[in-house]
Every structure is written in structure tokens, then in C-alpha cells.
Design a protein around this ligand. Structure first.
Ligand code: ZN
Length: 121
């Protein structure tokens, strides 16, 4: 290659011209521009269905289904989230399931506590 300043013939990878001392700049091969993989999160229908199911389970868990509904709702919500569901339904289902599970744990806890109390006294 030739010097940018004095056009003297210099080595291909020379950083400076040996004749005039002008910096030649980096002569690295052109790096390809970074490719950004833009992953667009979309609502996946099965995940959406699971999210709805988890929400229903969470509600039913507080009424007729009991703790089983809470556990199912919790699993459905986590599955919907792992499938890429970013909607509010999966979160709502998850919260509902946790609330119902805590509720049933309290109920069972009070029930056991009651039995223990009646046995002591
Ligand atoms: Zn030069």
C-alpha cells in the first residue's frame, strides 16, 4: 500500500509511514455490522389459552375447586409465561392462584390449629 501523506510504498500492515511518520490508521478487514436479532414477543394462542385457564383456576380455587385449583392455576400460569405469554392474564392467574393457595393454607392451618387446641384443652 501507499502512504496517505507522501504516497511512499509501505508495508501492508504498517501503522506509520517509515518515511514521513504519518499514522496510517487501522487496516483491519471490515467487520460486518452487528446483527441485532429483534425478537418480537407475540401472544401465542396456546399460551393465551393457558393464561385464561390459570385465571379461571385461580378464581375457582377460592370457591369450589379448593387448593387443587390453586396448584393447577399456578402451573398453568407458569406454563403460559414460559411459552412467552406476556399478557396480564397469566400474571393475574398467577396472583389469583397464589392468593387462593395462601387462603387455603390459612384455612388448613387454622383447622389444624383448632384440632391441636381442642386436644390440649
Ligand atoms: Zn509517508
Amino acid at each position: 500500500m501507499f502512504c496517505k501523506n507522501c504516497s511512499a510504498s509501505i508495508q501492508e500492515d504498517a501503522a506509520f509511514c517509515p518515511k514521513c511518520g504519518t499514522a496510517q490508521g487501522a487496516h483491519h478487514p471490515h467487520m460486518p455490522p452487528p446483527v441485532y436479532n429483534v425478537v418480537i414477543q407475540r401472544e401465542i394462542p396456546p399460551a393465551n389459552g393457558l393464561a385464561t385457564a390459570s385465571m379461571i383456576m385461580g378464581i375457582l380455587a377460592l370457591t369450589i375447586l379448593g387448593p387443587i385449583g390453586g396448584i393447577l392455576g399456578f402451573i398453568f400460569a407458569l406454563r403460559a409465561k414460559s411459552l412467552g405469554n406476556r399478557g396480564g392474564k397469566a400474571t393475574a392467574g398467577l396472583i389469583m392462584s397464589i392468593i387462593s393457595l395462601v387462603f387455603w393454607l390459612l384455612v388448613v392451618g387454622v383447622f389444624i390449629f383448632g384440632i391441636v387446641l381442642t386436644r390440649i384443652y
